[in-house]
Design a protein around this ligand. Structure first.
Ligand SMILES: [Zn+2]
Length: 244
């Protein structure tokens, strides 16, 4: 070797620990991205908007039914009115007394039905009024909720973008470091990392494995410290690559 670079570049195991540090940072960023409070806020808003929309749909269908009922009643009222007008016209033309008597009785009966229908229509209109007010209130809440959702979605996107930019830069650094690792060491590390919660390599510090934090027995410590160059030592307790 000609010029000496930094120790990290010269020593695959220390290089591995540098890669491991970047991987930990990336894992932390991924966790932060998943757990962003903006994400929670957005799903909270989605839930309340869904509930509001459900309420609006229910009230709207109740209102539509009542309006349909109102227009049916109005149709009946109109037809009773027409029948009454026709009888009244015939009565004005005169006729014999018995006919007049029968027509008058029919007129009374039609008028009574018509009044009953008009009362029904009033009931329907009374039921419609608060429904309309409630719907207007809910529509307003819905509009407010949708605006808040848009804001929350923008806030989430911006928080995600910030994390993504940081992750991209760390990922680039990690890639540059990892390209210096021997392929078999990188493969072993990846396998262990996947199996052991993201930590595949740990430093032996003050006789402890920094992966599982357990102290190594003296003989083990000696074994790791004296392992010949080019060989890998593993923690007996957690199985991670141990770097002396
Ligand atoms: Zn360990």
């Amino acid at each position: 070797m000609g010029e000496t670079g930094t120790p990290v570049e010269n020593d695959p195991l220390n290089l591995l620990l540098a890669v491991q540090a970047k991987d930990v940072s990336l894992d932390q960023l991924a966790y932060r991205r998943r757990e962003l409070p903006e994400r929670g806020r957005l799903s909270e808003l989605d839930r309340s908007l869904a509930a509001l929309r459900q309420q609006v749909a229910e009230l709207t269908s109740r209102r539509d039914l009542l309006e349909k009922r109102q227009s049916e009643i109005e149709g009946h009222v109109e037809s009773y009115g027409k029948r009454m007008a026709a009888i009244e016209a015939r009565m004005r033309q005169g006729g014999d007394y018995r006919d007049a008597q029968a027509m008058s009785t029919e007129l009374d009966s039609l008028a009574a039905h018509k009044r009953g229908l008009e009362d029904d229509e009033l009931d329907v209109m009374e039921a419609l009024e608060p429904l309309g007010q409630e719907l207007a209130k809910l529509e307003q809440e819905l509009a407010g909720g949708e605006a808040a959702r848009q804001e929350a979605a923008a806030a989430l996107a911006s928080a995600e973008n910030e994390i993504d930019a940081e992750a991209a830069s760390i990922s680039a650094e990690r890639g540059a470091l990892a390209s210096g690792l021997p392929a078999d060491l990188a493969a072993t590390y990846e396998r262990l990392r996947e199996r052991l919660g993201g930590i595949g390599a740990a430093r032996l510090t003050d006789g402890r494995c920094s992966g599982c934090h357990l102290a190594l027995p003296t003989s083990e410590r000696e074994r790791v410290l004296n392992s010949p160059p080019g060989t890998l030592a593993y923690c007996d307790q957690c199985g991670r690559i141990l770097v002396p």
